[in-house]
Design a protein around this ligand. Structure first.
Ligand code: CTP
Length: 450
């Protein structure tokens, strides 16, 4: 009996998939089909898969060609599967020609000609037209966004707007995108907006973009006042548009896994959360010179508040800030201490003091620790009373990690709300509320400015 194996995502099942499976089956007597998990696809940079794993498996099953279906979860699994299932032929489409030659040590490798003019990517684009994203702001963060957006299928970077037209022009030249000098022309040319302007201008731009019927992805902190965040989410709902705060950690697969394990009971009931993120800024940077909106907490607070709010919720009983300020009165190190009915938490950040930058989640049975840069979570450990028992988890974190939030933003635009729980509107508003209280206590309450 000749045993054949093939693998794929099989998203939005199409004729190309059908013909591939038919021919793969024709190569032998028994066909095993490996279907990729969502996590594996994300890890290898394949974002925006539409169908669930169950649907994709069902569709492969319906063809009647698969004698057995397995799940492909990790890189390196193919070699093991080939040995485990005593495979004679590995078959895959010709778009992969050469890529699997290393399997020739284990079995015959057949590259089957790909069916022309059809692919899941094409169908995704047809079902959901490409979202043209316009960028407001042309600084460091905007520059980080562009290469990441180019990796997400279904979005295209259309152009940039910045009232400082010189900076916008330079940026547009560098990235080969359009530049808009007037907001009206800018809004006319785009479907969605990425707001990467200074913090205090976010509110005005978001309101404007929503009023023009655009979806909005806004850099953190979305606003510096809770009421403003709530108002904007209300406006988005009214307009039937997506408003999405880009705290990138919330969307990265590793952080997601960490939260899942923390909430699974593995470490018992959570009693203490400590999140710390410090980044020494060069003197003269905006963060250290803007004495109204600069400082460590407005810059990094969103990151360290995220695990606290995700794990303990928004209903804290007490909140206290301890701050170290520079000679201009700007906070260069801030510790927010929370008391909750069932535990305590600290969210610490610094621009002028260097600390270990760790995330620690302590429970009644054990603790989870993720070292810096945990805000780009790729590795963490679970420890118990028995010091010899340590569980290690790793997860891919690709590039700058913005691709994950862009991909979730796009899925929500395209009608899937399955990412909404990663950072809820209530959590975003709560972050704004904590930043607002901090700025008030510092004697520099946030104003609106555009
Ligand atoms: N395939 C094919 N002909 C097509 C599309 C896919 O023969 N027109 C084959 C691929 O080469 C692979 C299998 O079908 O062996 C599963 O491919 P998959 O990556 O799931 O499908 P694509 O349509 O290529 O998906 P995407 O556009 O997301 O890359």
């Amino acid at each position: 009996m000749t045993r054949v194996i093939t693998y794929g995502t099989f998203d939005l099942f199409h004729e190309g998939h059908y013909r591939l499976l038919q021919r793969a089956k024709g190569l032998g007597d028994y066909l095993i089909v490996g279907v990729t998990t969502e996590a594996y696809d994300k890890a290898r940079g394949k974002l925006n898969v539409v169908d669930s794993l169950v649907t994709r498996i069902e569709n492969v099953k319906k063809t009647g060609f698969a004698d057995e279906i397995v799940i492909e979860e990790t890189q390196g699994q193919k070699v093991n599967d080939i040995k485990k299932f005593h495979i004679d032929v590995f078959a895959i489409g010709s778009d992969w020609t050469g890529a699997f030659d290393y399997l020739k040590d284990y079995c015959r490798v057949a590259y089957l000609e790909r069916t022309r003019n059809i692919s899941s990517t094409m169908l995704r684009e047809k079902n959901s037209p490409i979202q043209r994203i316009g960028i407001i702001g042309s600084g460091r963060i905007a520059a980080r966004f562009l290469p990441e957006a180019r990796l997400v299928s279904g979005v295209s970077a259309q152009g940039v707007y910045n009232p400082h037209t010189e900076s916008a022009r330079r940026f547009a030249d560098q990235w080969d995108i359009n530049v808009y000098e007037e907001t009206e022309a800018f809004y006319e040319a785009v479907d969605a907006v990425y707001v990467a302007s200074p913090h205090e201008t976010h509110y005005g731009y978001i309101r404007d973009a929503l009023a023009h019927g655009k979806h909005v992805l806004c850099e953190k902190p979305m606003t510096l006042k809770q009421r403003q965040a709530e108002e904007l989410f209300g406006l988005a709902r009214e307009k039937g548009r997506i408003l999405f705060e880009g705290i990138k950690t919330a969307y990265c697969p590793g952080f997601h896994k960490l939260l899942g394990i923390a909430c699974s009971g593995t470490i018992g009931s959570i009693r203490n959360v400590e999140a710390c993120f410090t980044k020494l800024e060069r003197a003269g940077s905006r963060e250290l010179t803007d004495t109204v909106y600069g400082g460590s907490f407005t810059e990094l607070g969103s990151y360290v508040l995220l695990p606290v709010l995700k794990l303990f919720g928004k209903a804290y009983e007490e909140l206290r800030f301890d701050t170290i300020r520079d000679e201009k009165g700007l906070d260069i190190f801030t510790k927010a201490s929370f008391r909750y009915p069932s535990g305590i938490a600290t969210a610490t950040c610094g621009l002028g003091v260097k600390s270990e930058g760790r995330l620690l989640v302590a429970g009644t049975k054990g603790y989870i620790v993720a070292e810096a840069p945990w805000w780009k979570t790729s590795y963490f450990e679970v420890h118990y009373e028995d010091a010899g028992r340590v569980e290690k988890y790793s997860e891919t974190f690709l590039g700058d990690g913005l691709r994950y939030e862009i991909s979730d933003f796009l899925s929500m635009i395209n009608g899937s709300s399955s990412s909404e729980f990663k950072l809820t509107r209530g959590e975003s508003a709560a972050v704004a509320g904590i930043l607002e209280r901090f700025l008030e206590e510092e004697g520099r309450p946030a104003q609106e400015r555009q």
